[in-house]
Design a protein around this ligand. Structure first.
Ligand code: BG6
Ligand code: MG
Length: 218
């Protein structure tokens, strides 16, 4: 029986995935890597430094920068991203997510956040939904990012629920891989997630309800 949900944040709860994309596109232009949708999809869910490493690798620029220069490129991206998220309010939940969170809470499901983002706590506050979650994984505590299962394993431990009692929700292929490797049921949203063959698939957040999930599980 499912008793809890482990949520990715960016691109699942709110449309910050598009802000990450916009900010990384700017970094790609800066270092001279050609921006493609395939690259954008591969970046989804990856940690800040893993994302930068992939952008540099895609343009064969990995040896053009010192570690200190890489850190400053990543910091610059984050400053731009943080400017973009200052505008977020409670109106910026993705369609249907507010209703789904209320439905889950009313039905007694436990929820935690499995986001790679160091900005997650700020974003949850701005969206005014922090109280829905019994736990938020600290991404600074991770030894490996998505697709490694560590983050979803920790998100399950925060709820004191075993993997078989959990559904993980993701918009990224790396995230779906992480959920599956953690032994949880993977719910993928959108085409990037679909590539990693989630157990349950939704095109759009507005279609996600407990009834729709139960239908797909049977
Ligand atoms: C994930 C996003 O949630 O967080 C990635 O999907 C992002 O795109 C990662 O790179 C790290 O986020 P931040 O805010 O710490 O740079
Ligand atoms: Mg995401």
């Amino acid at each position: 029986d499912i008793k809890g949900m482990t949520f990715d944040l960016d691109g699942v709860i709110t449309d910050t995935a598009s802000f990450h994309e916009k900010a990384w596109h700017q970094t790609a232009n800066e270092v001279g890597t050609v921006w493609t949708q395939a690259l954008a999809d591969q970046l989804k869910g990856l940690s800040r430094m893993d994302s930068l490493a992939l952008i540099l690798k895609a343009g064969h620029h990995e040896d053009d920068y010192t570690q200190a220069e890489k850190v400053s490129l990543a910091e610059k991206k984050n400053r731009y991203y943080q400017q973009l998220i200052t505008k977020l309010t409670a109106d910026d939940l993705l369609p249907g997510i507010g209703a789904f969170l209320n439905e889950l809470r009313s039905a007694g499901y436990r929820m935690s956040i499995a986001s790679a983002s160091k900005n997650a706590v700020t974003i949850l506050k701005q969206l005014q939904i922090t109280d829905y979650f019994q736990g938020i994984v600290d991404p600074a505590s991770l030894s490996a990012g998505k697709p490694d299962p560590e983050i979803f394993i920790k998100a399950g431990e925060l709820l004191a629920l075993p993997p078989m009692a959990l559904i993980g929700l993701e918009d990224a292929a790396a995230g779906v891989q992480s959920i599956k490797a953690a032994g949880q049921t993977a719910l993928g949203i959108g085409l990037a997630a679909k590539k990693a063959e989630p157990d349950l698939y939704f095109d759009r957040t507005q279609d996600i309800t407990l009834a729709a999930i139960h239908d797909k599980m049977n």
